[in-house]
Design a protein around this ligand. Structure first.
Ligand code: NAD
Ligand code: DAU
Length: 434
């Protein structure tokens, strides 16, 4: 790089309209240059011109708040922080309204809990975006989760993210991949880690390779669990700079997948972003997870089950707020950046358990204590300031009790959706003493 001396140039994405030129961005300091062949047959580097910079910003490749060298007149070069110049300001405003506008997205794991809620969110709010869902339909995936959406807008491909030849067929033509597919349940990963490594690590690598080959924007859905846990009385929360310290095979596999994404950004210049979200709740969540397990057990007349001492704290967010945050990051987030998603919803498991029992008309102590999860993380807590200040995102579902009440109502109204999975799930838990 002419500015910082690092040799980390990256080629432009197709959307910039500059793929015919030798136009590079330094991955370290974001300095933009154009390389052209001059008449003597030598490569020369020139600072980029303003339209070229605008194109780079429009497609999300250049960052508005950094300094760039631009060519004002053929011979005059200036360093410009686009926010601070009159003309730049006007350009920057147009750009921030426009952002990255995908027309065709590939959503992996779109028949799972959060993926399906995201597909519904995009279908409802962005009817011009075509969505291809790629889902293997494991025990956690259910095509009914995306029932009722227009077929002209949402298409389901049943398949495995580890299948490179399938990806060869469906990735070209997509503007972006939003990657939700995963083995997602901690208890299952403790019992059998292997599928977690295959889907979460190998599957992510296959998708990254396809995204690289076809120059497709990539958004990786991850979890706050990659940071390990916090003490119950720790005043701190997780931030984007908290060191990784995963505890379970599940969170270790997610941590590995995050690091793969970072490596693909730095080494290959992949246009990717990462989000790490806290515990989601809402409709379509599998009955193996804490909140739906307790609601559906109470509905069946069984006593709900609390692990360990019940003091563990989770930071709850409604899945619709997760969806809106992912959309903001995909369309306006900075390439290569990580954003933490959370809604300030910290609650102990025992408090949530008591709230569920009360809202369902039961005595608050009518639950059983069961064997604790090995290596059980004590507390998760997200500081989402970066997402809120940089992209202006905020959650809508800020009343947890109201959200929980609506979730209970959803499980009461949709018994046919969860009942087929309940008996087998409980049998698995019983075998583990939980
Ligand atoms: P889920 O288990 O409900 O759904 C996972 C989906 O992925 C299912 O539809 C499943 O069929 C599909 N899938 C699994 N393996 C696949 C494969 N090899 N190929 C294609 N599809 C496959 O999970 P979820 O709770 O909706 O979580 C979705 C994502 O969000 C995961 O990446 C998870 O790590 C992350 N996350 C979850 C939470 C949470 O609270 N549930 C919080 C933060 C992040
Ligand atoms: O923090 C984000 C993570 O949240 C996601 O990455 C995971 O995919 C998601 O499953 C979730 O992980 P948790 O392990 O926190 O969620 P789970 O619903 O399994 O459990 C929530 C808490 O409730 C946890 O402390 C364990 C406890 N628990 C769980 C079950 C199923 C119980 O006390 N009783 C139960 O029956």
């Amino acid at each position: 790089c002419d500015q910082c001396g690092e040799c980390l140039y990256q080629k432009p994405p197709k959307e910039s309209g500059y793929d015919c030129q030798w136009f590079y961005k330094c991955m370290r300091c974001a300095f933009l240059t154009i390389r052209m062949v001059d008449r003597g047959g030598l490569y020369r580097r020139y600072p980029t011109d303003l339209p070229c910079l605008v194109a780079a910003i429009r497609c999300g490749w250049a960052n508005r708040s950094r300094r760039y060298a631009i060519q004002v007149f053929p011979s005059l070069c200036a360093f410009v922080c686009i926010r601070n110049v009159g003309i730049g300001k006007a350009v920057a405003e147009t750009v921030s309204e426009q952002g990255f506008k995908p027309k065709h997205i590939l959503v992996t794991g779109g028949c799972g809990f959060i993926g399906a809620n995201f597909v519904r969110y995009v279908a409802r709010n962005h009817p011009d975006v075509h969505i291809t869902v790629l889902d293997k339909l494991t025990y956690a995936g259910n095509p009914a989760n995306i029932d009722g959406l227009p077929r002209s807008q949402v298409e389901l491909v049943i398949g495995d993210i580890c299948d490179a030849s399938l990806l060869e067929r469906i990735v070209p033509g997509c503007d972006a991949i939003v990657h939700f597919a995963a083995e997602s349940h901690n208890d299952n990963s403790i019992f059998d880690p292997e599928p977690f490594i295959r889907t979460n690590v190998e599957g992510t690598m296959r998708l990254l390779e396809a995204a690289r080959k076809y120059d497709v924007r990539f958004h990786h859905i991850s979890t706050d669990e990659v940071y390990g846990d916090l003490a119950l009385d720790d005043p701190c929360k997780f931030t984007e700079s908290t060191p990784y310290k995963p505890s379970s095979p599940y969170s270790a596999s997610k941590a590995a997948s995050d690091q793969l994404v970072r490596a693909w950004v730095r080494t290959y210049g992949l246009r990717a972003t990462i989000s790490n979200c806290s515990n989601n709740y809402g409709p379509y969540q599998h009955v193996e997870k804490f909140i739906p397990r307790q609601i559906t057990s109470i509905m069946e007349g069984a006593r709900p089950k609390l692990y360990g001492t019940g003091e563990n704290v989770r930071d709850w967010i409604h899945t619709e707020d997760h969806s809106s945050a992912v959309w903001e990051i995909l369309t306006r987030g900075r390439i290569g950046e990580t954003y933490l998603i959370g809604a300030d919803g910290e609650m102990s498991n025992i408090a949530v358990m008591r709230m569920i029992l009360r809202l369902m008309g039961c005595a608050e102590d009518s639950f059983d204590w069961v064997r604790d999860r090995p290596g059980h993380d004590r507390r998760y807590a997200i500081d989402s300031s970066k997402l809120r200040t940089e992209l202006g995102w905020k959650p809508v579902h800020t009343d947890f009790e109201a959200g929980l009440q609506a979730t209970i109502a959803w499980y009461i109204d949709n018994r046919a959706w969860w009942e087929p999975a309940k008996a087998a799930t409980e049998a698995r838990y019983r075998a583990q003493g939980q």
